[in-house]
Design a protein around this ligand. Sequence first.
Ligand SMILES: Cc1cc2nc3c(=O)[nH]c(=O)nc-3n(C[C@H](O)[C@H](O)[C@H](O)COP(=O)(O)OP(=O)(O)OC[C@H]3O[C@@H](n4cnc5c(N)ncnc54)[C@H](O)[C@@H]3O)c2cc1C
Length: 428
Amino acid sequence: MAADTSADKTASGRFSAWRVFKEALGGNTGWKPWRRNPEPKPRYDVIIVGGGGHGLATAYYLAKLHGITNVAVVEKGWIGGGNAGRNTTIVRSNYLWDESAAIYEHGLKLWEGLSQDLNVNVMFSQRGVLNLAHTLHDVRESIRRVNANQLNGVDAEWLDPEGVQDFCPLIDISTKKRWPVLGATLQRRGGTARHDAVVWGYARAADRLGVDIIENAEVTSVLRGADGAFEGVETTRGTIRADKGAFVAAGHSSVLADMAGFRLPIESHPLQALVSEPLKPLLDCVVMSNQVHVYVSQSDKGELVMGAGIDAHTSYTQRGAFHIIEDQMASAIELFPMFSRLRVMRTWAGIVDVCPDASPIIGETPVPNLYINCGWGTGGFKATPSSGWTLAHTLAHGAPHALNAPFALDRFTTGALVDEHGAAAVAH
Ligand SMILES: Cc1cc2nc3c(=O)[nH]c(=O)nc-3n(C[C@H](O)[C@H](O)[C@H](O)COP(=O)(O)OP(=O)(O)OC[C@H]3O[C@@H](n4cnc5c(N)ncnc54)[C@H](O)[C@@H]3O)c2cc1C
C-alpha cells in the first residue's frame, strides 16, 4: 500500500451496494486503499502493541466510544499475521461461569451488528454450534452448562441423539461406535466469521477515526520513568512515547511482559489447524467434540476447516508437530468416516497464550499506565469484539469495566480463578 501522508481519513469511502454499482460503471478505477500507511509519530495518547483482532478492536472502540483518537497500533509484522489470521473462526458464548458468559455474550451481541458497525462484511454466519457428548460424564457436564447458560440469558439447548441427527444429518448416532453420540449442546446463535475481514474491518474503521496502524514495527524494549511508570516503547521503527500502553500480543505476551519487568502465568504453545480440499456444501453447522477431540466446519469456499489440540511443548515458532495432525485426522475420521478419502490441503499453526484457568487476563499490570490483554489461549477469536471493547473502556477510565474486572491479573494471587477448561473445548 502506498504511503499516505494526507489528513484524509476517509480515503476508501463508504462501502455499499450503490458504491459497487457506481465503481463498476467507472471501470472500478475509483477504489482507494482501505487505510493509510502512516509514519509513527513521536508521541501518542495510547500505544497498543499487537495488530491482531484484539489490538485493532481496542483501538477502534477507544476512538469510537471514548473519543481517544491519538492512538497507535504497532505490529511487528503485518496486521492479522498472528492468531487472528490463523484460527478456525468458531464464535459462541456458551461458557460455564457467570463471568465468562457475560463477556463472551457481550461479544456475541457485538458480532451480530459488526458488519454494519464496521461497514465491512465480516461474513458472520450464525449456523449453530454443536458440542457433542459421548459419555455419561459428558452428558452431565453438558446439561449443567446448558442450565447455567440459560440462567445467564445465553441461548443453549440440549439435544438427544435424534435431535442431533435432525440438526446435522451427517452425524452417525448409531450406538455401535467406540464413542457413541449420546446428545449435544446446541447454541444456534453461534457460528463462524471471516477472520481476515474482521482484522481488515477493524483496521479500516479505526484508521478512518484517525488511529495510526504501524506495521513492521517490532517492540524491542519498554521505556519506564523514574517512578517506574510506562513511558513508551522502542521499536524497529524508532522510539514511540505514550501516556498509556497496552500489550495485546497473544502468544508473545510473556516476552513483552518480560521487557516491562513483570511475569505472567502464561504458557505459549503452538496450536494447529488444517483445511481439506474443497467440497460441495455438506456441513452447515459447526461440530465440536471434546472427547474424540475434533472441531470442524465448512468454509464458504467448501474446505472443511478442522482444529486440533495444542502441541504439548512450549514454543514461539508458528508451526507444530506432525503427530498432532495425524491424531487430529484420526479423530476426524472416527467421527466422520466419510471424510477418510479426503486430502488435506494446508496445515498451519499459531502461538496461543494459555492461562492456568483457561480464561483471559484483561486489565492493569504492575507497571503504572500499562495494561494487558492476553491469555485467550485457543478461544479468543470469538471474543475479539468484547475483548477490544472492555480493554478500551479500561484504558479510557483507568479502571476495568464490570465485564472484565473478574479477569484481572491479580486473580492468580487472590485465587479467584475462572476455570473454563470444560467450555474451552480444546485439549490443553
Ligand atoms: C489454529 C488456531 C485455531 C483457533 N481457533 C479458534 C476458534 O475457532 N475460535 C476462537 O474463538 N479462537 C480460536 N483461536 C484463538 C484465537 O485465534 C486467539 O485467541 C486470538 O486471535 C488472539 O487475539 P489476537 O487476534 O489479537 O492475536 P494475534 O493475531 O496473534 O495478535 C497479536 C499480534 O501481536 C504481534 N506482536 C507480538 N509481539 C510483538 C512485538 N514485540 N511488537 C509488535 N507486535 C508484536 C504479533 O505479530 C501479532 O500480530 C485459534 C487459534 C489458533 C492458533
